[in-house]
Ligand binder design. Structure first.
Ligand SMILES: [Cu+2]
Length: 202
């Protein structure tokens, strides 16, 4: 009887854990997250993705001067982070932002950005353009710089605009494998929180 009971318990638990499906796009995953080389964080410290092994990593790309897209994604990730911290999971995950604008996003700029937005659970990576280009390419991010003319009253100002597409947030498990991604600006926050909780406890 005892044996049967423990068998049933194991069966129930394994069924429960098997029943969970990640809710992002799993197309082509899992696959190893390609390592980033020669990048530094907002403190100027050399940083690699493998430094975060053992944690679930949320990886995305952007630049601090972005007017609409990046701030929307960052705000969403901040809310996700707050929810996970609330659940006592602060040390179990890491949000990693990689810049697409190395000319302006120096470690000093990134440090100030992190501080002023209270992005405590984020790390911001930058580096030389040639090194970043390899990273963008590896993650399928196309970065284009174009000059736009904008009218301010009666004078025209030239602005450097950067487009980076697709907008994509990668979820990397504790073993350094990309297991899913979420595309677009508006992230389904509750789903991502559930997925990350699952990946942390897995
Ligand atoms: Cu952006």
């Amino acid at each position: 009887m005892k044996k049967l009971l423990s068998f049933l318990i194991v069966l129930v638990f394994s069924t429960v854990s098997m029943a969970y499906n990640l809710q992002g796009s799993a197309k082509g995953y899992p696959k190893p997250a390609i390592e980033v080389e020669n990048l530094v964080n907002e403190e100027g410290k050399p940083t690699k993705l493998s430094d975060f092994k053992g944690k679930v990593v949320i990886l995305y790309f952007g630049f601090t001067n972005c007017q609409h897209v990046c701030p929307t994604v960052s705000a969403s990730l901040k809310r996700i982070s707050d929810a996970l911290v609330e659940k006592g999971l602060k040390d179990k995950f890491q949000i990693v932002f990689i810049t697409v604008d190395p000319k302006r996003d120096t470690p000093e700029v990134l440090k100030e950005y992190k501080k002023s937005h209270e992005f405590d659970t984020f790390t911001f990576l930058t580096g030389k353009e040639e090194d970043l280009k390899k990273v963008w390419k590896a993650y399928g991010i196309e970065v284009k710089e174009k000059e736009m003319e904008m009218k301010h009253g009666d004078h025209v100002m030239k602005h450097k605009m950067i487009s980076h597409t697709p907008v994509i947030t990668f979820i990397i498990d504790k073993n350094g494998k990309i297991v899913e991604d979420y595309k677009g600006i508006y992230l389904p926050e509750d789903k991502i929180i559930q997925d990350i909780e699952y990946l942390i406890k897995k």
